[in-house]
Design a protein around this ligand. Structure first.
Ligand code: SF4
Length: 505
């Protein structure tokens, strides 16, 4: 049995016992060769997509150009199952982009796989996109009122249509892509990070609020003189992709920045500013999604100069300061909560001990048919390390609670198998509001924090206590670790209802 989630763009089904139903919508990647072998480009894209697999496992696709034609391949499922060696040879080229997708629009079909490709008078254009345009509805109306038909609900198609129409101000017959992208950014301020390939160039674009991540790197190889020289440029949603691509991290794409990756090098084309705070000359701050730190990103990724693992560890420490507890051991709900659990234990001088093992081979498609089975369903995902917790007072740290299903099952299981006490600590504040920036969050009524406070929730789960990290605790902990030049700021709208842009359109 599955439950519907209402999103702005439709309804999707999800596994009722799946607690972490906060799904990110996609990973994007791009490679432009300086002097890479042509087969290396498609292989590097594939390696990067495997590293970004956690950002979407439903489908993946790649588009490459060999200088004269554009080749593409897309498929449903995991990257490693979609791209064979033969396919990667066929996709050999001098530049390319790729995408891993989690469907937010409900229809998990090949037709919605990215990159999206359109034929235009300037040749074929490919786009891979992460995020969701907050004003997509209005933009769709504007596009259609100009007589342009849209074949899908996809924001990616909408972006491409907006980019391919020649603006009134553009002179000459050659398209001014940076100017067109700037114009698009003035029409929609968030949320998107995308890569777009036109000819042999790849443009890397991040919205003015920097809501979704995007970063740049380079591939170096020893030249004939023995010195390293740059042989390619890369862009990816997360820096964790670079290690497996043999690339080195350079920097983040700045909020509002358009970077062009050409065979001759990489160049910032322009930076589009955020609007001013009403009644002030100051610009609104950036709004990088704070859940990239809490849950979405891989622990080895670096955002804003700080490793995600370290940020989670510090959140655990802060949680221990805010909500200490007398206990024998501290443990985790594997795996994204593990650094926070270790930080919690470290702060209180307690032992970190695992009480659960995770079965990595459980798919999302096998859904238990009855409530009785669903209530015990946690055992299909986790194994118990009973000797580690029997007779002990356990602190169980989780990164977030959405509906309380999984944590409730675990608490009941630990207690029934001999834990003396189970205290739940959550390394993020209560999740209460919808996201309009591309993350699927269950409806208001399904979010457990909207119907039960922490004490009521502890009681209903059978936990001895339950405390969330405070909003200020999360914000100051993350912001104290930011190491980057320029303004920083974070979206926390699903926690505090403070959206980066007005939703009134
Ligand atoms: S509302 Fe929440 S999930 Fe959405 S972008 Fe903001 S912090 Fe991220």
């Amino acid at each position: 049995m599955s439950c519907p989630i209402s999103t702005r763009r439709g309804t999707i089904a999800y596994d009722e016992e799946e607690e972490h139903v906060l799904h990110d919508a996609c990973g994007v990647i791009g490679v432009v060769s300086s002097n890479l072998q042509e087969t290396e480009v498609s292989s590097l894209l594939c390696l990067g997509m495997v590293a970004l697999q956690h950002r979407g496992q439903e489908s993946a696709g790649m588009a490459t150009t060999n200088g004269t034609s554009l080749n593409k391949h897309k498929g449903m499922g995991m990257v490693s199952n979609i791209f064979s060696e033969e396919e990667l040879k066929r996709l050999a080229g001098v530049a390319g982009i790729g995408h891993t997708r989690y469907s937010t629009s409900g229809v998990s079909e090949l037709v919605n796989c990215q990159p999206f490709i359109v034929d235009s008078v300037h040749g074929r254009i490919a786009l891979a996109h992460n995020g969701e345009l907050v004003n997509a509805g209005k933009l769709r109306q504007d596009v259609m009122s100009r007589g342009v038909g849209l074949t899908s609900q996809s924001d990616s198609e909408l972006i491409l249509q907006l980019l391919t129409v020649k603006p009134d101000k553009e002179e000459g017959s050659k398209p001014d892509w940076p100017a067109r992208i700037c114009h698009f950014m003035s029409l929609s301020q968030t949320s998107y990070s995308f890569v777009i390939m036109v000819g042999e160039e790849v443009y890397a674009v991040r919205d003015p609020f920097g809501n979704r991540p995007l970063c740049l790197g380079q591939v170096c190889a020893p030249g004939e003189d023995g010195e390293d020289s740059v042989s390619g440029w890369v862009v990816a949603s997360e820096s964790c992709a670079f290690l497996s691509m043999g690339a080195s991290y350079l920097r983040e794409v700045l909020p509002g920045e358009i970077v062009c990756l050409r065979r001759s090098g990489m160049k910032t084309e322009c930076i589009v500013d955020r609007p001013c705070i009403p009644g002030s000359n100051d610009r609104k701050p950036p709004a990088f999604c704070i859940f990239e730190y809490v849950y979405f990103s891989r622990a080895d990724t670096v955002h804003e100069g700080q490793q995600v693992y370290s940020a989670r560890f510090r959140c655990g420490r802060r949680l221990a300061i805010e909500a200490p507890v007398e206990a024998d051991i501290v443990s985790t709900v594997p795996e994204s909560a593990t650094p926070a659990a270790m930080g919690f234990a470290d702060q209180l001088g307690l032992n970190y001990v695992e009480v659960l093992t995770k079965n990595r081979y459980v798919g999302r498609t096998f859904i238990l048919p009855s409530m009785r089975l669903r209530r015990t369903g946690v055992t299909k995902k986790f194994g118990l390390l009973q000797e580690n917790f029997r007779g002990k007072r356990v602190v169980l740290v989780d990164d977030s609670i959405v509906r309380g299903t999984t944590i409730g099952n675990i608490v009941r299981l630990l207690k029934s198998k001999g834990a003396k006490e189970v205290h739940v600590r959550v390394a993020s504040p209560p999740l209460k509001y919808p996201c309009f920036m591309g993350i699927n969050i269950p409806t208001h009524n399904e979010l457990i924090a909207n119907s039960k406070n922490a004490d009521q929730l502890a009681e209903s789960l059978g936990a001895d206590s339950l405390v969330y990290l405070s909003i200020d605790g999360l914000k100051t902990t993350i912001q104290s670790g930011v190491r980057k030049e320029g303004a920083s700021g974070h979206c926390m709208a699903c926690l505090n209802e403070d959206y980066p842009v007005s939703l009134d359109f």
